[in-house]
Design a protein around this ligand. Structure first.
Ligand code: ACO
Ligand code: KIV
Ligand code: MG
Length: 573
């Protein structure tokens, strides 16, 4: 087919191309992530600084406790020199016995300005483990517009800032504090690579990382501008060229301006990054920081332990929504309201078959479904693993087919409809969703099913209602059936004989002018144990119409007779 697209009127001349990196022997495409990187949550700093209404101390504390509970061991808790609120929050968690677990390191951000550095270090007094994180922008436009200085001037800001952090840490923090240092060349992604390296080296010359003295070099995509592959190339280049690499924790800090922060983080880890900074559900400046939940769950879905507990994702989401006063989008990966739900017919069909196949495999292997590798089409993970139920997995509207409707009946009512009956009932539901629009709930599907096939339960309709039946079998295997029934409102006793109760019943119906021929018959138990109910499904040709009926009863013979009545009544409805 010819491409008929036309040039747009968009002002494309305003934007330049992002430079590629010349690294033809790149190795990252062949790497796999087999262990979780170190995580740092910056929800309380980058996330908080981008809120219309920054978190109150109480909200900050709720978020901090949630992050600790999930297993984050590095948490950026604020920008203490920004004002009293952040400073007091840092003091409050340090001063409250046990608020910061022994193995959790808090970190705080500061600009490279002496007064701010002093205040920042002061906020950490008495902390068990604390990192000061210093940043200054290094990209050309920032050098020219913000700092109005040369490359050397900008490098000097980083060098002086690092020296000041060390001096104030020495002066203000006691031996009880295990002190760490992090430097970020802000706007790394727009900084010339050799200059970013030069600044990082100069910072290291001051800080002198070495055995037992790690430095965290965090290379932020402050504004995401490149493809994740180019970002990865830049990381591989830094990873290869940094000196003292074994004493450097190389950290990635993607923002999501192009919507590819998750990919950028993953490829950066493949390219050598040891650590990822981000926020839950992608909160953060503009389009957000990289989403730590998606990253962690992506590992989980590949069989890699994220070392973070997402098993109650709705609880995490509720806390996040409360603290940020924002809502998670219904399509947000792993957590949105609709992400484990299929409306469309072919998806539902495949999901239902997937669940059935998992059950059958588990049965055949003598294990539980949870012991098997997850293999349900259209569901990348088992919703149960994040605390979701299967209730919302399939929802039915006009785009749905037999798979969805029969999934609801099987899941909610233990009725495993034969395939042709699924098709028959699905048409009934389809007619309704087409006529009324919107979604039909599982409760309404069940009401429609009862009304269509089980009219005797609470809603008697149809020509025949059976009350009692007795059958006897003679020595030749001929069944004689006597049934007490109401036929067209009058009490009748029907008798017939055949080579089984169903054919005997057909014979009895023949006597009152109803011609029934058996086409298919299936049954299954609905539960285990002595009081188990059985479901019988019968497909009949009745006076020229082909119809299904269903009967449910603890006795399989009664269930099959009820199924015949269900079909016969439907034929004359
Ligand atoms: C990418 C990021 O997310 S970076 C983190 C951003 N977060 C925040 O800014 C939240 C907290 N910040 C604040 O509350 C305020 O900015 C404060 C209190 C820290 C400082 O406020 P102010 O003193 O009014 O300065 P302001 O923030 O406007 O900074 C501008 C000045 O700092 C300089 N500056 C900016 N960043 C840095 C830096 N990292 N290191 C050194 N100087 C810096 C600018 O060049 C400018 O200097 P000038 O006044 O000489 O032109
Ligand atoms: C302070 C730095 C790390 C930052 O948040 C950014 O550049 O996005
Ligand atoms: Mg940021």
């Amino acid at each position: 087919m010819a491409n008929r697209q036309q040039p747009s009127s968009m002002p494309i001349h305003k934007y330049g191309r992002y430079e590629q990196v010349d690294i033809p022997d790149r190795t990252w495409p062949g790497e796999r992530i087999t262990v979780a990187p170190r995580w740092l949550s910056t929800d309380l700093r980058d996330g908080n600084q981008s809120l219309i209404d920054p978190m109150s101390p109480e909200r900050k504390r709720r978020m901090f406790d949630q992050l600790v509970k999930m297993g984050y061991k590095e948490i950026e808790v604020g920008f203490p020199a920004s004002g009293q609120t952040d400073f007091d929050f840092v003091r409050s968690i340090i001063e409250e016995e046990g608020a910061i677990p022994e193995d959790v390191t808090i970190s705080v951000l500061t600009q490279a300005r002496e007064d701010l550095i002093e205040r920042t270090v002061e906020s950490l007094k008495g902390a068990r483990r604390a990192t000061v994180h210093l940043y200054n922008a290094t990209a050309p436009v920032f050098r020219r517009v913000v700092f109005r200085g040369s490359k050397d001037d900008i490098k000097q800001i980083a060098v002086d800032g690092t020296r000041l952090v060390m001096e104030y840490a020495e002066k203000l923090l006691g031996p009880e504090t295990e002190f760490g240092y992090q430097y970020s060349p802000e706007i790394f992604t727009d900084t010339e690579l050799d200059f970013a390296l030069e600044v990082c080296e100069a910072v290291m010359d001051v800080y002198q990382p070495g055995p037992g003295r790690e430095i965290i070099l965090n290379l932020p995509a402050t504004v995401e501008r490149s493809a994740p592959s180019t970002h990865a190339d830049r990381f591989e280049w830094m990873h290869r060229n940094l000196s003292r690499r074994e004493h450097v924790c190389l950290s990635v800090h993607p923002h999501n301006d192009r919507g590819t922060a998750v990919a950028a983080a993953e490829l950066a880890v493949m390219a050598g990054a040891d650590r990822v900074e981000g926020c839950l559900f992608g909160q953060g400046e503009r389009t957000g920081n990289v989403d730590l939940v998606t990253l962690g769950m992506n590992l989980f879905s590949q069989g890699v332990d994220p070392q973070i507990d997402f098993s109650d994702i709705d609880e995490i989401r509720r806390t996040w929504e409360y603290c940020n006063q924002m809502e998670v989008h219904p399509r947000h990966p792993y957590v949105g309201d609709l992400v484990y739900t299929s409306f469309s017919g072919s998806h539902q069909d495949a999901i239902k078959k997937g669940f059935d196949a998992m059950e059958a495999d588990a049965l055949a292997k003598g294990v539980t479904v949870d012991d098997l590798e997850w293999a349900v089409p259209y569901l990348p993970i088992d919703p149960k693993d994040v605390g979701r139920s299967y209730e919302a997995v399939i929802r039915v509207n006009s785009q749905s087919g037999k798979g969805g409707v029969s999934y609801v009946l099987k899941n909610d009512h233990k009725l495993d409809l034969p395939r042709r009956m699924q098709i028959e009932f699905s048409k009934i539901i389809q007619a309704r969703t087409d006529a009324e629009g919107g979604e039909i709930t599982p409760r309404d599907i069940w009401a429609a099913f009862q009304d269509e096939y089980l009219p005797n339960s609470g809603n008697p309709w149809g020509r025949i209602q059976v009350r009692n039946g007795q059958s006897t079998t003679d020595n030749d295997g001929v069944d004689t059936l006597t049934v007490e029934a109401t036929v067209d409102g009058a009490d009748r006793v029907l008798t017939g004989s055949g080579n089984g109760p169903i054919s005997a019943f057909f014979d009895a119906l023949q006597a009152i002018g109803i011609d029934v021929r058996l086409l298919d018959y299936q049954e299954h138990t609905m539960s285990e144990g002595a009081s188990a109910q059985a479901a019988s499904y019968i497909e009949c040709a009745i006076d020229g119409q082909v119809l299904w009926g269903i009967g449910i009863d603890a006795n399989t013979t009664r269930a099959s007779l009820k199924a015949v009545v269900s079909a016969v009544n439907r034929a004359t409805r």
